[in-house]
Write a protein that binds this ligand. Sequence first.
Ligand SMILES: C[S@@+](CC[C@H](N)C(=O)[O-])C[C@H]1O[C@@H](n2cnc3c(N)ncnc32)[C@H](O)[C@@H]1O
Length: 289
Amino acid sequence: MKKNNNNSQQLKPEGPWFLFLTVLVLIGGALLIVFSLQTTSSSLLSCGGALGRRALPSRNETQLAILHYATSRVVPQQTFEEIMVSFNVLQSIGPCNFLVFGLGHDSLMWASLNPGGKTLFLEEDPKWVQTVLKDAPALRADTVGYRTQLSEADQLLKHYQSEPDCSTEKSFLRGNDKCRLALNKLSDEVYDTEWDMIMVDTPRGTYFSEAPGRMAAIYSAAVMARNRKKSGVTHVFLHDVNRRVEQMYAEKFLCTKYLVKAEGRLWHFEIPPSANVSGDFCYTTQRSS
Ligand SMILES: C[S@@+](CC[C@H](N)C(=O)[O-])C[C@H]1O[C@@H](n2cnc3c(N)ncnc32)[C@H](O)[C@@H]1O
């Protein structure tokens, strides 16, 4: 009887057995959480598998992006201040349709900053597409062929003046074989989507004169923006505006008067649909709609 009394005494909340069992349950729970976290992160970050091999909901993608940038020594090329320009627009209009010229160390960041929206990357280098998607297979990227070379930038402006299919009146991309500045073989998805934001941060515009340059990307972004049917403007961001060709093409096709912000090497344009503009797109005042 006395022994039984001792046992019930020990199992009371203040008894040693109760305390022991509580500690045991707490340790077990903690171990379970740590184990499940380790399993998740190792399956997502293991060699060759990496970030988001499965189709993951956007919340998980955001968490994976945080993990990726917290553990990576390679950072995006744009500065914090430059990134904030697009970030602020994404905050105000997102989720939105975001087209990004160039796959890079910033791609996971752009996709994660547009949760619930459509973010599509256009990249000229197929090997680089494979490399990036190996580590971040949840990203969506198309490979794009360019018909231009950086060394032809000046000559292509003359081609633009003389080729009727480059004209702002015609303003088309799909199947536009004659205008070399038009990206004429993109996917239907690119042509059929109304892009709210377009970031031009590729093709490579330096290193070697045979590089495709950004002429066609800038021209095509301008055409997409002008052809917008939805209300509101298209936000176009151009990086590396310290370079002559980028500046020249931006002023010509994205138009200085639509430049709303300059931060470091980044320019931000807000381009209205051409239906709202009378006369020459770059040099006349906007019609009130
Ligand atoms: C002009 S850079 C800018 C990329 C991006 N803004 C960033 O922060 O990473 C990106 C382009 O360089 C090319 N590229 C090729 N190999 C690369 C590499 N190892 N790292 C980064 N870019 C590479 C790709 O064509 C890509 O579109």
